[in-house]
Structures are given as structure tokens and as C-alpha cells.
Ligand binder design. Structure first.
Ligand code: NAD
Ligand code: UD1
Length: 346
């Protein structure tokens, strides 16, 4: 039986690594992407890593006629829906663009899945749905909080839409994976995170600073109530996160009218200063950094309880922050070698 899986946003950061892991586990990933936040060169990286030409449908997930055609031509058994805009700050400036892209793409997808009898969905959610947690680690029972950004709100709305569609006995079986902070790159250095603009996330800013593309990193505050005063996050290697998607697809097999959400993290908190120090160690580079003021909206500390992940998927992360930073640096060095100009450098 064909194991075609539609991977929307499959040319993006997490999607591309998931495509590699899907192929490794006998699935046949089919990428749907409009390259609004990725480069076509990702397809070459995928081919070099896997030795296979991955099927690509170039188009917009909000376009129902296009999506219907993709489903008719490929008859997928499931979908992993990564396609979305993801820049928190930008979402505050352009809320309509974020609601349109992130919510309409999901609605279109669910309509087409229903019409074409495709029943398994893995959805990219985020730990942002927990807001500022009252208790750590954050379990799936922790209350969600009103999102502080339109981006965060799109994830909460999307989870609700999926839950309601399952409750309507549509036959859909879905899991929302609530990611913590994905970092790192493929160990070959052939695919990785490729910010098309000045990165707002920590690790790409660190690697770009070490590579001389940025003057210095600003650490956003060292006066938090944490051991070294800087924020704490749960940084998960993108390869581990990719594997979690494959495990979730396996888990969904045979289920009907089913919905759940699962934290995907390591269970371990790491501070911003620890990231900087570990990066300096693994890259053998001195990082130019300064301590700045707090970034509005930053949560003091958050890391996942992984009990449910272990219990439900019978799996846990295997890779380390140290390894992720090494892989991120290797990827950055490769970008520099290829003189890729899409790093917010004009
Ligand atoms: P990314 O921007 O690298 O990848 C998203 C991909 O989707 C891109 O290739 C982009 O071109 C494509 N895309 C966007 N809108 C599209 C549309 N309408 N039609 C077709 N293609 C479209 O982002 P990522 O980091 O890989 O994130 C993937 C998913 O995970 C997103 O839903 C994001 O919100 C979620 N997520 C990411 C993080 C993170 O830190 N990276 C954390 C939590 C959740
Ligand atoms: C952010 C989003 C989150 C989203 C995720 C992925 C917020 C509040 N949260 O998570 O919803 O899912 O990105 O896109 O925006 N830092 C610095 N200097 C920098 C960059 C970051 O000190 O130049 C610090 C931040 O203050 C934070 C940590 O590094 O403590 C991680 O930041 P980042 O990579 O942006 O991720 P989050 O803020 O955790």
C-alpha cells in the first residue's frame, strides 16, 4: 500500500528534516510549499541526503483548487501540516496576514481531507499556547492562556478547529504537537534553518554572529529569577522533533475520530547564557555578546514535561543541546562557504 504523506511546508526548517525521517521510515513524503519562507535549494539538499527525488507541488495551501488537485493526484494516507507564518513580532504588525495564512490554510486542508477521505493529521502547534506557566515543567494538563501575539492565537484557534472537526464525527484522527524550541540542523550540514530575514530566534542569531554576519548578540535581560538571570527554554534538536512526527503518524494509524495534543521537548531547561557558553565550547569561537534589556513578551522560563510523550508515543528525545549547537554551526559554515545571501544580508 502506498504510504503517501502530504507535508505542507515541507521545504521549511522543521518540514525538511521531517521529510528525511519519513523516507527513512518507509513513508513517501510529498512536499507542498509555496517557498514564501524557504529556498528551492532545500530540494537539492534533500536529494543529496536521501538519494531520492522528493515529489514537490509548488503552490499555496490556502488555494483550495490547488490542494484538491494535489490530493487527487497523490491519494495520501495522512498529512503533516507545517505550512504557516511563524514570526511572533511580525504577526503583531500584520495580524490579518497571519490569521489568513495560518487559519485559512488549515480550514482548506480539513475541507479537502474530508472530501477526499484522508483521515490522519499531525499539526504543528507550539508551547506558546501555555503562555507564562504557573508550574514547571509544563504538562499537557497545564492551562492554556490567552495568546499574547496573533501568531500564538492562530495556534490556539487551529487546535480548537481540529478538535471540533474530530468531535463532529468526521472520522479525522489528529494530534497537535506542541513544540518547545527547535534548534540545530541535519548532521550533514546540507539542510538547516534558513532565516530569510534578520533572525529573531536565538540560535541562528548566535551562529550568524559567530560567522561575522552580525556584530553582536544581545542577550535579552539577565535580571530574571533564574540561576544565571537569563531566560530558560527547552531546546530540542530538530532531528528529534522530526522523528516525533513520524512516531505520531505511526500512532495515528487505524484511529478514527481521535484528537490529542502532546508536548515535544526534552524535559530539560537551558538558559540563554548556557546556550552561549556551550556554543563557544563546541565551535571554538568567542562570541561577541552584550546584555540588553528584556524583550517584551518573553516568558521567564518554560520547559516541557515529557511524560505523555514517553507514554503515548513510547519515545523520547535522543540528541543533546551540545550536538544541536554543533550541527547548527556546521550548517552556518556551509552557508558561508556557498555564500548564500538569504540571511537577512542585503
Ligand atoms: P518555516 O518557515 O521554516 O517553514 C514553513 C514552510 O511553510 C516554509 O517553507 C514556507 O514557505 C511554507 N509556507 C508557509 N505558508 C504557506 C502556504 N500558505 N502555502 C504553502 N507553503 C507555505 O517554519 P518552521 O520553523 O519549519 O515551522 C514549521 C511549523 O512549526 C509552523 O507551523 C510553525 O508555526 C511551527 N512551530 C515552529 C517553531 C519554531 O521555533 N521553528 C516552534 C513552534 C511551532
Ligand atoms: C519564540 C516565540 C514562540 C515561537 C518560537 C519559534 C516569543 C515570546 N515566543 O520563542 O512563540 O514558537 O519563537 O519561532 O516570541 N534571545 C536573546 N537574544 C536574541 C534572541 C533570543 O537573548 O537575539 C533569548 C530570548 O529572550 C529567549 C531565548 O533567547 O529567552 C529564546 O528566544 P527565541 O529563539 O526567540 O524563542 P522563544 O522566545 O522561546
Amino acid at each position: 500500500m502506498s504510504k503517501n504523506i502530504i507535508v505542507t511546508g515541507g521545504a521549511g526548517y522543521i518540514g525538511s528534516h521531517t521529510v528525511v525521517e519519513l523516507l527513512a521510515q518507509g513513508y513517501n513524503p510529498i512536499i507542498v510549499d509555496n517557498f514564501c519562507n524557504s529556498e528551492k535549494s532545500v530540494m537539492d539538499g534533500l536529494e543529496e541526503i536521501t538519494g531520492k527525488q522528493v515529489t514537490l507541488f509548488e503552490g499555496d495551501c490556502t488555494d483550495k483548487a490547488f490542494m484538491s488537485q494535489v490530493f487527487s493526484e497523490t491519494n495520501p494516507i495522512g498529512v503533516i501540516h507545517f505550512a504557516a507564518y511563524k514570526a511572533v513580532g511580525e504577526s503583531v504588525e500584520k495580524p490579518l496576514a497571519y490569521y489568513h495564512n495560518n487559519v485559512v490554510s488549515l480550514l482548506v486542508l480539513l475541507e479537502v481531507m474530508q472530501e477526499q477521505n484522508c483521515k490522519q493529521l499531525v499539526f504543528s502547534s507550539s508551547c506558546t499556547v501555555y503562555g507564562t506557566p504557573q508550574k514547571l515543567p509544563v504538562t499537557e494538563q497545564s492551562p492554556t492562556q490567552k495568546a499574547i501575539s496573533p501568531y500564538g492565537n492562530t495556534k490556539q484557534i487551529a487546535e480548537d478547529i481540529i478538535k471540533d472537526q474530530v468531535a463532529a464525527n468526521s472520522g479525522l484522527s489528529a494530534v497537535a504537537l506542541r513544540y518547545f524550541n527547535p534548534i540545530g540542523a541535519h548532521s550533514t550540514g546540507l539542510i538547516g534553518e534558513l532565516p530569510l530575514d534578520i533572525p529573531s530566534n536565538l540560535v541562528p542569531f548566535v551562529t550568524q554572529t559567530a560567522a561575522g554576519l552580525r556584530n553582536e548578540l544581545t542577550i535579552f535581560g539577565n535580571d530574571y529569577n533564574t540561576p544565571d538571570g537569563t531566560n530558560i527554554r527547552d531546546y530540542i534538536h530538530v532531528i528529534d522533533l522530526a522523528k516525533a512526527h513520524v512516531k505520531t503518524l505511526d500512532y495515528l494509524t487505524g484511529k478514527s475520530n481521535f484528537y490529542d495534543f502532546i508536548n515535544v521537548g526534552t524535559g530539560k531547561g537551558t538558559s540563554v547564557l548556557e546556550i552561549v557558553n556551550t556554543f563557544e565550547k563546541v565551535s571554538n569561537q568567542k562570541l561577541n555578546y552584550t546584555i540588553g534589556t528584556r524583550r517584551p513578551g518573553d516568558v521567564e522560563q518554560i520547559y516541557a514535561s515529557v511524560d505523555k510523550l514517553k507514554k503515548v508515543l513510547n519515545w523520547q528525545t535522543e540528541l543533546t543541546v551540545e550536538g544541536a549547537l554543533r550541527d547548527a554551526w556546521n550548517w552556518q559554515l556551509n552557508l558561508n562557504r556557498k555564500d548564500i545571501k538569504t540571511q537577512g544580508i542585503s
